[in-house]
Design a protein. Structure first.
Length: 63
C-alpha cells in the first residue's frame, strides 16, 4: 500500500510540473473582470486528450 502512495505522489508531482509548462497555451480562454478571473483551458484539454489517447493506444497494442 505504501508503494502505491509513493507512485501516486510522484505521478501527481510530475503532472503538476508538466501542467505548469503547458497550462497556458494560446487558445485558452481567459476572462478578467474586476477581481474575478475565469480560465477555461480548452486547447490544453485537447492537447492532453490527444497525448493520453496516443499513450493508451500504444499500451493497447502491446497487450
Amino acid at each position: 500500500m505504501s508503494k502505491l502512495f509513493i507512485v501516486l505522489g510522484i505521478s501527481f508531482l510530475l503532472i503538476g510540473v508538466l501542467w505548469s509548462f503547458i497550462g497556458k497555451l494560446p487558445g485558452d480562454i481567459v476572462i478578467r473582470k474586476g477581481n474575478t478571473t475565469f480560465f477555461f483551458p480548452i486547447v490544453t484539454s485537447i492537447v492532453v486528450s490527444i497525448v493520453l489517447t496516443l499513450i493508451f493506444f500504444i499500451i493497447g497494442k502491446f497487450r
